[in-house]
Design a protein around this ligand. Structure first.
Ligand SMILES: [Zn+2]
Length: 98
């Protein structure tokens, strides 16, 4: 049994929460979509080329801070990311079921 369900090449889902594999952090980032979540993102519904708004801020204020826009299956890293892809826009990484 897998806790994570692969819903497309680039998206996992677990307990109603989407996850992307971040090319900058090389870890999964959760994205909460749906009215049951107090803090949530809008999703264009395209699991193959997802757009989530507004921006995704991960580990704010920590050494691993990561700040991005995910648009049409690409992830644009803002300049306040602390990893090497700050300021770059790249394709989302393929995800693996596990
Ligand atoms: Zn990241």
């Amino acid at each position: 049994m897998s806790e994570f369900k692969r819903v497309s090449n680039v998206l996992l889902q677990s307990n109603g929460i989407y996850f992307i594999e971040c090319p900058g952090c090389k870890t999964l980032h959760p994205i909460h979509v749906g009215e049951q979540h107090r803090i949530r993102w809008d999703f264009n519904g395209n699991v193959n080329a997802p757009t989530f708004t507004p921006s995704l801020m991960v580990n704010q204020g920590h050494p691993s801070q990561c700040h991005s826009f995910i648009t049409n299956g690409k992830i644009q890293f803002l300049s306040d990311c602390h990893h090497g892809l700050a300021g770059h826009t790249v394709d989302l990484l393929p995800v693996e079921e596990f």
